[in-house]
Design a protein around this ligand. Structure first.
Ligand code: ATP
Length: 305
């Protein structure tokens, strides 16, 4: 798949501290790419760097085929919308006027698309209400509308659901899915609320202490975190025949273990195996959540909530 953004050994130092360490990532066009990491992992620094708010200390990135060292980068970056840190919303202006101001900043020739944009973020009924009187969720959605001005190819959102109540989180989630599906906009989104990203992301990168621990598609991740029973047996080929006869879905893990993906009836399985002279040595259930997957990955057992 074509990538809209790639980074090659991207590093960022603050003084003597290396905050981003050799970050090499590929963000597929049209994806909802979740950047997952706990506080201080480097998510904001990464987003500030690829949005041009700060320069990399070393390494490069390529946006829509243009390297960051190429003078054409500022032109391509106009096709990138970003909401990094708090939304730059003017409190005394209405939703419409806040978005209009961004249209003016970007030099967009017509304001005709503003009502549709406000509809997309469900702020089309806020009339003359100034943004200062908006709820946190409404302000976030307005920030996203501002980032969407000019219909960017990629939207970069740093923790857009931070601090929102469950209803606010659902609204942002639905909205992002709608933007991604209706416009094909690639969305790079960071969060430490893992299970929320789990509902929308098509791809993930796990970041810790400035390093990418793993970059993985949602399909692959759901395969790895899929509910399975790991069955250790005395004779793997014979056990495969047993499972075939039972029409159970499975995958051979190693010489003596098989992951069975069906909700198994243990008695039925043991009896069927015994008929084939297969000894079942142990059965362990694996039902990993996105959060426990990440905690296992960082390997220190700390929670990231
Ligand atoms: P959070 O979820 O808390 O926002 P984060 O993953 O976005 O965390 P960053 O904000 O990128 O992490 O911070 C990464 C590290 O860089 C932290 O140790 C932070 O203290 C440090 N840092 C961030 N900005 C600066 C700065 N301007 N000068 C010096 N150090 C900084």
């Amino acid at each position: 798949m074509e990538n809209i953004l790639t980074t090659e050994k991207l590093c960022k130092d603050y003084g003597k501290n290396r905050i981003l360490k050799d970050i090499s990532l590929e963000i597929p066009k049209g994806s909802i790419f979740g950047l997952i990491g706990r506080n201080g992992a480097g998510k904001t620094t990464f987003m500030r760097t690829i949005t041009g708010l700060q320069q990399p200390s070393s390494g490069t990135y390529t946006l829509s085929g243009v390297k960051n060292t190429d003078p054409k980068i500022s032109r391509v970056r106009r096709r990138m919308g970003a909401l990094v840190e708090s939304p730059g919303v003017f409190r005394n202006l209405t939703a419409y006027d806040n978005v209009k101001l961004q249209y003016i900043n970007l030099g967009l020739p017509s304001y005709d698309s503003i009502p549709d944009l406000l509809k997309l973020v469900c702020l089309d009924d806020t009339g003359k209400k100034p943004a200062g009187k908006f709820s946190l969720g409404m302000k976030q959605r307005l920030g996203i509308a501002i980032a969407m001005a000019g219909d960017p190819d990629i939207l970069v959102l740093d923790e857009p659901i931070n601090g929102l109540d469950p209803q606010g989180i659902i609204e942002i989630r639905e909205m992002l899915l709608n933007i991604n599906r209706s416009k094909g906009t690639t969305i790079l989104i960071s969060s430490h609320i893992l299970d929320e990203l789990g509902k929308i992301a098509t791809d993930y990168a796990f970041i810790d202490n400035g390093k990418i621990l793993q970059s993985i598609s949602a399909d692959e991740l759901s395969r790895r975190t899929r509910k399975a029973a790991r069955v250790t047996v005395s004779d793997t080929p014979a056990m495969c025949r047993v499972l075939d006869n039972l029409s159970f879905e499975y995958e051979v893990g190693s010489d003596d273990s098989i992951d069975v993906f069906t909700d198994i009836n243990v008695t039925k399985l043991v009896m069927a195996a015994a008929k084939e002279d297969v000894e079942i040595i142990k059965i362990i259930e694996n039902d990993e959540s996105l959060e426990s997957y990440f905690i296992n990955l960082i390997g220190d057992g700390e929670t990231i909530r």
